[in-house]
Ligand binder design. Structure first.
Ligand code: G6P
Length: 609
């Protein structure tokens, strides 16, 4: 949700570093981009709607160079997608600001500043920050003090980077949105995340809420929100530049779909020690599942569907009651909190504001312990949680989540085994049998990936449709939900998912020859029920696209297309069946020529409400 990058170098031109950083951050927002360079007591700014490549062209034309600069990729919240709303924003040719987040009291601050004769040139909430800093500098305090005073007036979430026309420093502040410092020799950087900086450094400091920092080429100083200087640890990031490269693939989503066998194997091996699941490997902390009587899972988007799947595992294997709730709903509800409830948050980014705030609310509601399943080291949700179970998906760049989802499912399955083991609901023999099945999972995923040619053929039929229906039952219903979400996210086809048993209670009215109906139909105990639901569709002329197992025992016929994964893999089956629905969405998007990795109006990391 907007990406920030900036840097101050003693000897190097910062412009290529900013452009490279913005390209890496584009997944956070891609409706406009801009950079500002401080040069000979002047702010030079280039902005453009559209992709970073658009400002790249303008920079080459203007031969822009400099050693101090800030840049931004935007995901519009306040104000349309127009060049005047793109960041950086400037006040009186002196102060320049980029911002990620939302300033909730911007209207009030705007009135105040208009009374002081400030002229607003954009429709954004960000411009108040630039003018307010300018206003506080009038009495000649340092830029740091002016930023500090400004932050005290801001309500909402923000990460900001600020400079002024005769400075070779950048001031940054964070409250609720991520911001890191990248430390290097004779040059230091700031960014929304490490992906923007891996080409220049892997030494990073994660700023915390309330932190303000001054970045110069040869130093950085961090202060708390009373301007007392503080220390923060430097981490060595394990993210490698080649992880961000596309390699032989056409799109990041395609690459990430194909990385799933490896990502899943890495995630499983991170928690298995000498053939057995070792809970100590979760964040190195002693995790005792036997002290919890219930679980509440909080998440958003695809991560929420991972939670819905996990409910079946926890209840089936560990006999522990589980509720799964959309984070943005839980936050504003008078939730009744049972004693001894574990909160589990699921988030690939670890930044989703709705999930972070729901976690904070859960703590206020009296929940004492929380565990997060997350893909990003030291992210905000990780820092707010007692226990962390990292998915080992590697960097996920495609906006539509794929390998993060299946690795979340693996973590959740393992966690349900830990619960079952520590609550003495599973025998050693069964635990070992499940581990054995887990280890075979990557092979099953590979077989599912081999279905691509058949799915491509299906995709051609979908690309002419306006609507689609996904059906599943039991543990596969969340996979139907995920299939519908993937399809609408990247192909813009309206798609709904229903538990197949609900068909007759409403959606059956939609079924006609123009409605493709995707059915997740593995050979589990609900297969016969699903077959009856399929007949209900067929009888009304609907066209069925069935994702079955090798042993689901039904054949293709007129109006029924069938593809088959490997043999049925029991309760791990949702993880295998996630693959065909991802491939389907991908190939429909390709036939519709949409922007697969950066679908319109969306962003990968949503740090606003
Ligand atoms: C955005 C992304 C989705 C993601 C959701 C939750 O909407 O586009 O792919 O599932 O946020 O994100 P999280 O990082 O918390 O899993």
């Amino acid at each position: 949700m907007c990406g920030i990058v900036g840097g101050v170098s003693k000897n190097n031109n910062i412009v290529p570093i900013l452009i490279n950083g913005l390209e890496k951050l584009e997944y956070r927002g891609y409706d406009s981009a801009g950079i500002a360079i401080i040069n000979h007591n002047r702010i030079q700014r280039i902005r453009s709607v559209g992709r970073v490549s658009n400002i790249h062209k303008k920079i080459s034309q203007k031969n822009l160079k400099g050693k101090t600069g800030i840049g931004h990729t935007r995901w519009a919240t306040h104000g349309g997608v127009l060049e005047k709303n793109a960041h950086p924003h400037i006040s009186n040719n002196e102060i320049v600001v980029v911002h990620n987040g939302i300033i909730e009291n911007h209207a009030k601050l705007c009135d105040f500043l208009k009374n002081k004769n400030y002229i607003f040139k954009s429709e954004t909430d960000t411009e108040v920050i630039a003018h307010l800093i300018h206003y506080f500098r009038k009495n000649k305090p340092s830029l740091l003090e002016a930023v500090h005073k400004t932050c005290k007036k801001l309500e909402g979430a923000y990460a900001i980077a600020v400079s002024n026309k005769n400075s070779n420093e950048i001031i940054v502040a964070r409250n609720g949105c991520p911001l890191i410092i990248g430390v290097s020799e004779d040059q230091n950087f700031i960014a929304s995340d490490i992906s923007a900086l891996i080409s220049v450094t892997n030494n990073v400091i994660f700023l915390e809420d309330g932190d303000i920092a001054v970045i110069a080429s040869d130093s950085y100083k961090i202060f708390d929100d009373n301007l007392n200087q503080i220390n923060r640890k430097i981490y060595k990031s394990s993210v490698k530049e080649n992880q961000m490269e596309l390699g032989p693939y056409d799109h990041y989503m395609q690459k990430e779909i194909y990385e799933q066998p490896i990502a899943i194997a890495d995630t499983i091996e991170s928690i298995i020690d000498e053939g057995s699941i070792n809970p100590k490997l979760i964040g190195g902390l002693k995790f005792d599942a036997s002290k919890y009587e219930s679980i509440l899972i909080l998440a958003a988007g695809t991560s929420y569907y991972a939670g819905l799947t996990a409910k079946y595992w926890f209840e089936h294997l560990a006999k522990v009651p589980v509720n799964v709730e959309i984070a943005s709903e839980y936050r504003y509800r008078d939730a009744v909190t049972p004693k001894k409830q574990l909160i589990i948050t699921i988030s690939q980014s670890g930044e989703t504001l709705d999930t972070l705030e729901a976690l904070k609310q859960a703590k206020k509601n009296g929940n004492k312990n929380s565990l997060t399943i997350c893909n990003v080291q030291e992210s905000a949700i990780v820092r707010q949680s007692d226990y962390v179970f990292y998915t080992r998906a590697g960097v996920e760049i495609g906006v539509a989540s794929t390998k993060a989802f299946t690795t979340q499912l693996v973590c959740l399955f393992v966690l349900s085994l830990i619960f079952a083991k520590q609550r003495k609901k599973i025998t050693k023999k069964n635990e070992l049998a499940y581990i054995e099945e887990l280890r075979k999972l990557s092979g099953h995923i590979q077989t599912a990936l081999n279905l691509e040619p058949q799915i491509k053929a299906w995709a051609k039929k979908f690309s002419r449709k306006s609507n689609a229906l996904f059906l599943g039952r039991g543990i596969h219903y969340p996979i139907a939900l995920e299939g519908a979400l993937k399809l609408k996210e990247i192909s813009y086809i309206h798609a709904e998912a229903y538990p197949a048993g609900e068909l007759k209670h409403g959606p059956l009215a939609l079924v006609d020859k123009d409605l493709p109906v995707v059915v997740i139909a593995p050979n589990d105990k609900l297969l016969e029920k699903v077959k009856s639901n399929m007949q209900e569709v067929k009888a009304r002329g609907g066209e069925l696209f069935v994702i079955a197992d090798a042993d689901s025992q039904f054949d293709a016929e007129a109006g029924i297309h069938v593809i088959r994964t490997n043999r049925h893999v029991g309760i791990l089956s949702p993880i295998v069946h996630a693959i065909p629905v991802q491939l389907l969405a991908y190939h429909v998007a390709i036939s519709k020529k949409t922007d697969v990795d950066k679908p319109r109006n969306l962003a990968k990391s949503v740090t606003v409400e």
